[in-house]
Design a protein around this ligand. Structure first.
Ligand code: NAD
Length: 267
């Protein structure tokens, strides 16, 4: 059960075996939710299963409708009402200008980032309605708030999640279901390290220069920690967030724009 609720409530965090999803899952577990995660990485699922014995780990690819049905059926087998879906699964997609993006890479990005969120929300909605209310959190990005050169499929998918959030909030709000999007800035960790490496290679800059550039895009001159995102997720899932729905909430130290400097700026 969460801090202010009397009965156990089930939460599902997609791609919850590592990265930001793992930190969100552990924070929700600490807050008293009965937490389930799904992920495509069996090794990471094993690791989180032993790291947090109360947490339930299920294999499943969010972009595969059969997998999603299987994961929700597995969650159904546990007692308690289904209360919270965290649509966290998302891939970075290619880093390239539009003319160099392969259609297959475009589709693969949207398949995980948008189809995945849709398939999970579609499965979650009847369960949330049956329980009399609940919460859907969509992990978007601050790329959903600005243009982001050389990251077209990712940016489009994350802007799509904002429309998805606002529309679902309107469809489900009258039945007591709140839907919000969280928009993190660059989160410290291996994924952003990979993004920086690829961006640097694409633009002929050093990784350190690109890292400084990313940090300089926020008023607080910072990267974000996964814990910052998890705190917001716990807040929004709790009764403290009871009047917040349909919002795209930036957790990014106030980004002024995802602009890029030219190579000359660093020479
Ligand atoms: P990550 O790349 O570290 O991956 C986390 C997990 O996702 C892995 O365990 C992986 O196995 C799993 N996964 C990948 N594809 C999956 C699929 N189809 N189905 C189920 N699981 C899958 O990701 P992250 O950096 O923790 O990002 C999590 C979310 O936060 C994503 O939606 C991402 O776009 C968003 N985000 C990340 C950052 C960042 O800087 N890392 C910034 C803003 C937003």
């Amino acid at each position: 059960m969460n801090d202010l609720q009397a009965t156990p409530q089930k939460a599902l965090v997609t791609a919850g075996a590592s990265g930001i999803g793992r930190v969100i899952a552990l924070a929700l577990s600490d807050a008293g939710f009965e937490v389930h995660v799904c992920d495509v990485d069996p090794g990471a699922l094993d690791r989180i299963g032993s790291e947090a014995p109360g947490l339930h780990a299920h294999p499943g690819d969010v972009s595969d409708a059969n997998d999603v049905e299987r994961v929700f059926a597995a969650v159904d087998a546990y007692p308690g009402a289904f209360y919270l879906l965290v649509n966290n699964a998302g891939v970075a997609g290619p880093t390239a200008p539009v003319q160099d993006i392969e259609p297959d890479d475009w589709r693969a990005t949207l398949r995980v980032n948008l189809d995945g969120a849709f398939l999970c929300a579609r499965a979650a909605a009847p369960r949330l309605l049956e329980g009399g209310g609940g919460v859907i959190l969509n992990i978007a990005s601050n790329a959903a708030l600005f243009g982001f050169p050389n990251r077209l499929p990712y940016t489009v998918s994350k802007w799509g999640l904002i429309g998805f959030t606002k529309t679902l909030a309107m469809e489900l709000g009258p039945r007591g279901i709140r839907v919000n999007a969280l928009c993190p800035g660059s989160v410290s960790g291996p994924r952003i390290d990979g993004v920086i490496e690829r961006d640097a290679a694409e633009r002929g800059l050093s990784p350190d220069a690109v890292r400084r550039e990313y940090a300089r895009q926020s008023s607080l001159r910072c990267f974000v920690d996964a814990e910052d995102v998890a705190s917001m997720a716990v807040f929004l899932a709790s009764p403290a967030g009871a009047r917040i729905s349909g919002q795209a909430i930036a957790i990014d130290g106030h980004t002024e724009g995802l602009f890029q400097f030219d190579k000359e700026d660093f020479s």
